[in-house]
Design a protein around this ligand. Sequence first.
Ligand SMILES: Cc1cc2nc3c(=O)[nH]c(=O)nc-3n(C[C@H](O)[C@H](O)[C@H](O)COP(=O)(O)O)c2cc1C
Length: 295
Amino acid sequence: MKKFNNLNLETRSMKGATKQAGFFHLPNDHIVKTIGVATLLCLVCSIIVSGAATLLKPTQVANALLDKKNNILAVSGISLEGKTVDQAFEQIDSLVIDIATGAVTDAVDATTFDQRKASKDAEYRVELSDDQDIAQIGGLSKYANVYLVKNQGAIDKIILPVKGYGLWGTMYGFIALEGDANTVSGITFYEHKETPGLGGEIENKKWQSSWVGKKVNDASGEPILQLIKGTVVAGTPQADYKIDGLAGATLTSNGVTNLVQFWLGENGFGPYLDKVRGQQNQASISMKTNVQERG
Ligand SMILES: Cc1cc2nc3c(=O)[nH]c(=O)nc-3n(C[C@H](O)[C@H](O)[C@H](O)COP(=O)(O)O)c2cc1C
């Protein structure tokens, strides 16, 4: 009994000592210390990570916008020539169109509107039927960004954002057309998941330069520009409407054909491009009339 009482006293005094020494004096393998340290570590790490994410957010957004402007400048052929990206971008008119009608809209701010984000927003998203969705994008924003380079008031280049599914994921890029809204003046892809050396060759500058001068629409106004298997031989039928396929990457190549035909077609920028062509025709008719009247 005495022995038991002594033991009890010892235990009590140990408890007291533990309480006095506090949490950090517990043995390292004590369950309370293990859980406590782990919780503290998680808390500190999550504060650092969320703090860094919040602090870096504005820089990330600014960098993403800068990168987008850089891509638009590159595909439009405007060189920086000692200017900053923002200064060079002043040569580009940003506008937003209603994708269904092709009419320019001021329903949203053209300088900040991002159709990629809007396509995921229920307020703007329009679902595509299986028949319409040849680029496998599911849906798109009812408003779309268009970027123009003008020369003495006339459209010199039309830059359009495009996206479509390749083999491994969605490919994002820009296609630039001449003022005739039918001749390609450039293409670029800035984000994709295709395999480097195979589908990833969509980034290859030499291949991209082979697009320059190619025609989009046939005589009936349908976009027929397409990637073929193999190499296009100059002078063969429809060579102007054909691009070399990417070797060993037929599935990515098909994806590129589909995205170009979708975005330049009736469910993409087709209505807007029809309007531009109409305006160009009108302008050339009035120029001819003026010349005849003067003559
Ligand atoms: C690891 C791996 C990665 C591949 N990546 C691609 C790719 O990015 N794009 C593509 O079209 N095909 C890719 N392929 C090949 C496709 O599976 C398919 O064989 C090819 O598209 C057929 O093209 P071809 O008829 O030109 O050979 C890849 C194959 C393997 C094994």
